[in-house]
Design a protein around this ligand. Structure first.
Ligand SMILES: Nc1ncnc2c1ncn2[C@@H]1O[C@H](COP(=O)(O)OP(=O)(O)O)[C@@H](O)[C@H]1O
Ligand SMILES: [Mg+2]
Ligand SMILES: [Zn+2]
Length: 323
């Protein structure tokens, strides 16, 4: 098995035959796949075209969402902006669902093609092997099969992603994969609430969305936008996770509310969404993440791990309520 390079990525995007997502129209599909990694095109006209198409589409009703083979329920983890701990939450949520009930099977999809972090967080490197019918076999650690653009390219930074390309890449990372049989697929979404996020929510059959936010007001405003986006496309918002809520001292475990308390709880109330719990700002969460040993598996008895497990129970409880 050789390594994927940029040209292989472009080949991957071009050749794997899968039905293009519904938002992609004929001419645009061709343009999107033939200029994969090298062309910087007029972004604003692209996104205007995408918006126009999305408006037409919304008018006709939402596209049919094909289920993902082998996957019972898709849970997306989203945030209004980057750096709020979305990936850390997604990873520990997946592991916490399994820690709470070892009979559950959970997978992880890194839909953040701009800055994939699942490979590092899950301590996984290498390229997926292919099955006989050309499905990628996810890389697995801690019992969680994972798929990420980070397994296919060395460094995604130089890629100039355009909306349709991103959607096409994510569709393949989602559907051209041999997931096996999963109760839940946890999806680490790209940050933000733009066109890309909107088309993902339209093309993936999502059972529910978890919004991650830090307590700062500005981030909470972003969280509000996130929740409203999901409501607009009829994806059930499972609720809000407040990350880095209190500073927990690694020496004595005393807690300091750096940003004030209860912000996320209040926003959840005004938005009419559930509050799924809070995760403390704790050095060990950052350190375990950096070495690819998520706190839920590396320190299962810590209060941090317990916080994630509480969030995981709340998420599954909400899933039952909405489905
Ligand atoms: N609860 C937490 N306590 C301490 N550090 C955290 C916590 N959550 C996230 N981090 C750290 O914050 C940084 C950003 O987190 P990340 O999950 O990559 O955010 P995002 O995916 O939203 O961009 C990382 O260095 C991560 O280790
Ligand atoms: Mg991330
Ligand atoms: Zn202390």
């Amino acid at each position: 098995m050789t390594r994927f390079t940029y040209s292989k990525l472009s080949h991957f995007l071009k050749t794997l035959s899968c039905r293009p997502p519904a938002v992609r129209a004929g001419a645009e599909t061709k343009a999107a796949t033939s200029c994969c990694v090298q062309l910087k095109r007029d972004q604003s006209s692209d996104s205007r075209a995408l918006q126009d198409r999305q408006r037409q589409q919304m008018a006709r009703g939402l596209p049919k969402q094909k289920p993902v083979a082998g996957v019972k329920q898709v849970i997306v983890v989203a945030s209004g902006k980057g750096g709020v701990g979305k990936s850390t939450t997604a990873v520990n949520l997946a592991l916490a669902i399994m820690a709470n009930d070892s009979s559950r099977t959970v997978g992880l999809l890194d839909a953040d093609v701009y800055g994939p972090s699942i490979p590092k967080l899950m301590n996984l490197t290498g390229n997926p092997q292919l099955t006989d019918n050309n499905l990628m076999i996810p890389l697995t650690n801690y019992g969680v099969p994972c798929m990420s653009m980070g397994f296919l390219v060395e460094d995604t930074a130089p890629i100039v992603w355009r909306g349709l390309m991103v959607m096409s890449a994510i569709e393949r990372l989602l559907r051209q994969v041999h997931w096996g049989s999963l109760d839940y697929l946890v999806v680490d979404m790209p940050p933000g609430t733009g066109d890309v996020q909107l088309s993902i929510t339209q093309n993936i059959p999502i059972a529910g969305a978890v919004i991650v936010s830090t307590p700062q007001d500005i981030a909470l405003l972003d969280a509000r936008r996130g929740a409203e986006m999901f409501k607009k496309v009829n994806v059930p918002v499972l609720g809000l996770v407040e990350n880095m809520s209190v500073f927990q001292c690694p020496n004595c475990n005393h807690q300091t509310h750096i940003f004030g308390s209860e912000g996320a709880r209040r926003v959840a109330e005004t938005l009419g969404v559930a509050f799924l719990g809070d995760i403390p700002l704790h050095l060990s969460i950052r350190e375990t993440s950096d070495v690819g040993q998520p706190v839920v598996v590396s320190a299962p008895d810590s209060s941090e791990a317990k916080a994630y497990r509480k969030v995981a129970s709340a998420v599954l409880q909400r899933l039952q309520e909405v489905s």
